[in-house]
Ligand binder design. Structure first.
Ligand SMILES: *[C@@H]1O[C@H](CO)[C@@H](O)[C@H](O)[C@H]1NC(C)=O
Ligand SMILES: *[C@@H]1O[C@H](CO)[C@@H](O)[C@H](O)[C@H]1NC(C)=O
Ligand SMILES: *[C@@H]1O[C@H](CO)[C@@H](O)[C@H](O)[C@H]1NC(C)=O
Ligand SMILES: *[C@@H]1O[C@H](CO)[C@@H](O)[C@H](O)[C@H]1NC(C)=O
Ligand SMILES: *[C@@H]1O[C@H](CO)[C@@H](O)[C@H](O)[C@H]1NC(C)=O
Ligand SMILES: *[C@@H]1O[C@H](CO)[C@@H](O)[C@H](O)[C@H]1NC(C)=O
Ligand SMILES: *[C@@H]1O[C@H](CO)[C@@H](O)[C@H](O)[C@H]1NC(C)=O
Length: 915
């Protein structure tokens, strides 16, 4: 019955398995292509096409249509979106969806679908558009000829020496296909007035492409047998016909060799919207592998003064004999370093560029960059518990601009671009350096559109370290001027109500000559030019609409800030509005504070780190890690910092012996490698060791899946990253943390806790303990009563071998011979019985083992150990046989028999105690 309903379920085949918690959708296969339009999200897997609403609820899904009935499942899908007029019905003018497939025989098949309802086919034709191989490194997108508003499909197809597809009429690397029948040659045709040519000299794989105004950009990796891989950019001009467009090809090389890369490869890319220059970001593999990746920004504005020729591509029947050198473009900036990056999406918000970066281990980072290319701290927007790779393309929700569509293997998530509401104070909201977030009214951090009456403030247009900074200057007449500078962008309403209130224990701190406040600055000319040497506490209240900023400042005579030149003193100097140069604090001259001048060199015996154990942990961290090294005596904290991260975390140290110390490796927001240094009391940090954060452990299976009540059964957990597990806990005994006996990434072995005071079978859930985290295992363990041994027989098989047959009541424990240790006892001496086999007959489990002994006499009894428990088993007797029969027949034992058993048991226990 159960089997039957299971089968029915499979045959019905639900289209999408489920809507996941947190706005996700799980597909029946891996995502191959996806596109986001105003009303819907379209996703193709190997054998299905899905139309989803913006919140990722299913509208409809189709099995992939193919004209060859029997080859249906072999069809691969490419996926393009065509927007524009529809010539099949003059009044119909919504976008259409155009999936083109490849059939089993290497021929193509294309359909034009209605975007509003993908089950409506507008047009279909057997025609090859795009590559034959679904795993091909090829790209396809729509281009528009601006002079006529005509739309074409551009396909750039991987060239790897494989023969020309059977049904294709060309062997070009790049094609422009028509999108409607009014275009010369009819729909899907790629030739018009003359035959357009676009060849590559050798192998090439395409990564990305797009059009901005009349220029088409294409990005490709060009591998070479003798040289390193080249990353190539092609510019095409959208000319009046296809042949002229192809003939306009110009190229450049994107060269990151200055960053230390040899043979770098482009993995993913995204153009930064806005202009005038065309900024573009690429995820490069520095050394051609998957691990060492960098996000690099280039200016790829087309250079139309270049000659129309290229070393790797041409618009001629053959590219041989061309011997030109491509123009080389150098990066403007490395924006982000992180291992395993796979995808990037660049957007602009206000004056900021924002980059969303996906990784091979299932993480999504966000990075804001200002116009001077200063990057803020990378933030983790989403982190999968497992290592599913982020799909190379990330799309923004074009309607609300506040969500991203991110695909991982067979699922898609809709991730908010910001988590503004998690910042609870003005300071946190500003410090997040998130261009999407504003501090609204006086109480919440939110998106600007969600803040009424434009009474808000947010980060300024460029990167600043502090929300409010000070400069204190002293002029020739000894007049001291305090300038208060706010680093903010504010809404209209807040701006109209700006002011500063400066107060201290001095009467009338600011003289009346002080200039009136003018956003973003307030000025105070001190009425008294003498400041107490211990400094003057000043309270500054800055008003912006309903918002009040309260700041405390210790106003000092800058020449009073003296002492050994440490980074702490330097910070104190800058915080007071003074200037730090040549290790001395003095009155300010310039207005900008530069906190990075405070990193100093020290000439004391520097601490050194030799090792950290463990150095690979899960993102939950690790308590009591051991750090060894030299000169550690003065170390007060251990600092942990990700590459390019500006918010390092620090852990206090324990048990410092000078050559080793313990500390807690804190949990991390992201997976990856972080740097570790040790902090001295002056704030300086020394050493450069690494810790790697990996994914969370998970368990998928347990063997065996049962335990006996007395516990200590050896269990093997199977899963991933199990080496990070510090202990295993059972729901029936939460206080009893079982330490792993042995573990590696896939397996962990531990002993079950006992289940005391419990009668009958029950199920116990399994939890994993990692640092301060307790994770639930999806599997559980069933507890059954302890095994009951009934009797044994002993026979002499060969001269020196006794074969022992141990009978046990059949139960649900599925005990293996390896779980039992049996000894034969003879004259208080133990003879180990070597386990040979197990079999089950007639409600009885039979274990067979052999004892090597030349002695003729029979064993007086057996000792049997399972888990930590040892039981005795008496010699075979008639009584046992009788009792066994009675039990099997389910006849209640008679009192007399029970009494005898009790007596027997007592005698055995006494004997065991003697042992
Ligand atoms: C999509 O929506 C945006 C904003 O609602 C609108 O500006 C744009 O014209 C729409 N695009 C299409 C093709 O309907
Ligand atoms: C053409 O458009 C009209 C109006 O939208 C519609 O009623 C008609 O069914 C369409 N014809 C075809 C062939 O799609
Ligand atoms: C192209 O489209 C734009 C905007 O829709 C329009 O203003 C222009 O006249 C069109 N040009 C041609 C040649 O149709
Ligand atoms: C310090 O060492 C003692 C003794 O070795 C140990 O019990 C204690 O847990 C350690 N403290 C920390 C925080 O590691
Ligand atoms: C730490 O250093 C102390 C003192 O030198 C030494 O006795 C101890 O064994 C070291 N501990 C470890 C775990 O290396
Ligand atoms: C675990 O919790 C303790 C106490 O709150 C804290 O000191 C320690 O740093 C935490 N450990 C980790 C790895 O987060
Ligand atoms: C199992 O029981 C049947 C009858 O009850 C008996 O004939 C047979 O010998 C038994 N087998 C074993 C291995 O005990």
């Amino acid at each position: 019955m159960i089997l039957l309903s299971g089968l029915i379920f499979i045959f019905l085949g639900k289209p999408g398995r489920c809507l996941e918690e947190g706005g996700g959708f799980i597909f029946n296969g891996d995502v191959r292509h996806f596109a986001v339009a105003n009303d819907s999200v379209y996703v193709s897997t190997d054998d299905r096409l899905y139309q989803l609403n913006h919140d990722l609820t299913l509208v409809r899904s189709l099995t992939q249509r193919g004209i060859l009935k029997e080859d249906k499942q072999e069809n691969a899908f490419n996926f393009y979106r065509v927007s524009g007029k529809d010539e099949w019905n003059a009044t119909f003018s919504v976008n259409v969806l155009l999936p083109c497939g490849v059939t089993d025989n290497g021929c193509g098949y294309c359909e034009v679908l209605d975007l509003a309802d993908i089950s409506k086919v507008r047009y279909s034709e057997p025609y090859l558009v795009g590559p034959v191989n679904k795993y091909s490194a090829s790209v396809a997108f729509l281009v528009e000829r601006s002079s006529t508003n005509e739309t074409y499909i551009l396909t750039a197809i991987q060239q790897d020496g494989s023969p020309k597809p059977k049904c294709s009429s060309g062997s070009e690397a790049v094609y422009l296909h028509n999108t409607n029948n009014k275009q010369q040659g009819g729909i899907f045709s790629f030739s018009d007035a003359s035959t357009p040519l676009f060849k590559s000299k050798g192998d090439v794989s395409f990564v990305d492409g797009f059009q901005i105004s009349s220029i088409i950009y294409l990005f490709a990796n060009v591998p070479s047998e003798n040289e390193d891989n080249k990353v190539r950019l092609i510019w095409l001009e959208g000319k009046t016909n296809k042949a002229l467009t192809m003939k306009s090809l110009r190229g450049a090389s994107l060269d990151i060799s200055d960053l230390g890369g040899k043979g770098s490869r482009l993995l993913a890319s995204s153009v930064v919207p806005g202009g005038p220059s065309v900024l573009w970001s690429g995820v490069f593999s520095v050394d051609g592998g998957q691990v060492n990746t960098e996000l690099v920004m280039f200016d790829i504005s087309p250079d139309l003064t270049l000659k129309k020729e290229d070393p790797d591509f041409c618009s001629a029947p053959k590219c041989d004999g061309i011997n030109v050198k491509a123009k080389t473009l150098k990066p403007k900036k490395t924006l982000f370093r992180q291992n395993y990056m796979t995808s990037v999406l660049a957007v602009t918000h206000k004056s900021w560029m924002v980059f969303f970066v996906g990784t091979g281990d299932g993480q999504l980072f966000k990075l804001a960059v200002d116009n001077n290319y200063h990057t803020t701290c990378p933030k983790v927007l989403y982190r999968a518990n497992d290592d599913h790779k982020v799909f190379p393309k990330i799309h923004l929700d074009e309607v609300d601009h506040k969500h991203l569509y991110v695909a991982f293997q067979n699922q898609m998530k809709r991730v908010p671009v910001s988590k503004c509401s998690t910042y609870e104070t003005l300071q946190d909201c500003w410090s997040a350096q998130d261009p999407y977030c504003v501090w609204c009214g006086s109480n919440r951090c939110t998106f600007e559109e969600e803040c009424p009456d434009s009474d808000w403030l947010s980060i300024p247009e460029d990167y600043q370290q502090k929300m409010v900074s000070y400069t204190v200057t002293k002029d020739a007449t000894d007049q001291i001027t305090l300038k208060i500078q706010t680093h903010l962008t504010v809404g209209q309403k807040s701006l109209s109500n700006f002011g500063c209130q400066i107060s201290s224990s001095f009467n009338e701190l600011c003289s009346r000559e002080s200039a009136p406040p003018q956003f973003p600055q307030c000025t105070c000319i001190l009425s008294n030019s003498a400041l107490p040497t211990e400094g003057l506490d000043v309270t500054i209240r800055i008003r912006l609409g309903k918002i009040d900023l309260l700041e405390q400042l210790k106003l000092m005579d800058c020449s009073d800030i003296r002492g050994p030149a440490t980074s702490d003193l330097c910070k104190r100097c800058l915080d007071a509005g003074c200037d730090w140069s040549q290790d001395v604090c003095s009155w300010a001259t310039a207005e900008l504070n530069k906190y990075n001048v405070c990193q100093m060199k020290m000439n004391i015996s520097k601490p050194e780190i030799s090792s950290i154990t463990p150095s690979i942990v899960s993102f939950y961290g690790k308590n009591h890690a051991l750090l060894t090294g030299h000169n550690l005596n003065d170390v007060t904290r251990v600092r942990i910092q990700a590459d390019m991260d500006c918010t390092p975390r620090e852990s206090p140290v324990w048990n410092n012996t000078g050559v080793n110390l313990t500390f807690h490796i804190p949990s991390a927001d992201s997976k990856g490698v972080v740097k570790v240094c040790v902090v001295l009391p002056d704030g300086s940090c020394h050493g450069n060791t690494k810790i790697t954060y990996r994914s969370s452990p998970s368990c998928t299976a347990v063997t065996p899946s049962s335990s006996w009540m007395s516990g200590n059964r050896k269990i093997t957990l199977t899963g991933s990253h199990l080496e990070f597990v510090e202990g295993v806990i059972h729901s029936h005994a939460m206080g009893d943390v079982r330490l792993p006996r042995n573990s590696n990434s896939q397996n962990l072995i531990y002993d079950t806790p006992a289940a005391e005071n419990t009668k009958g079978t029950f199920t116990s859930n399994v939890f994993l303990k990692i640092a301060n985290e307790t994770l639930t295992c999806s599997t559980s363990i069933t507890y059954h009563p302890d095994p009951e041994f009934i009797s044994y027989t002993s026979t002499r098989s060969r001269n020196d071998v006794h074969m022992i047959t141990v009978k046990k009541m059949a139960d649900k424990l599925e005990m293996t011979p390896a779980e039992l240790t049996v000894w034969g006892i003879q004259d208080e001496k133990h003879y180990l019985c070597n386990m040979e086999a197990k079999s089950t007959h007639n409600e009885t489990d039979v274990f067979i083992c052999e004892i090597q002994s030349t002695s003729d006499t029979e064993f007086q009894h057996l000792l049997i150990k399972y888990g930590d428990k040892t039981v005795g088993l008496g010699p075979p007797s008639l009584l046992h046989q009788v009792l066994l029969t009675l039990r099997i027949l389910l006849i209640p034992c008679v009192t007399v028999a029970l009494v005898i058993i009790c007596w027997w048991q007592k005698k055995l226990t006494a004997e065991m105690n003697k042992l």
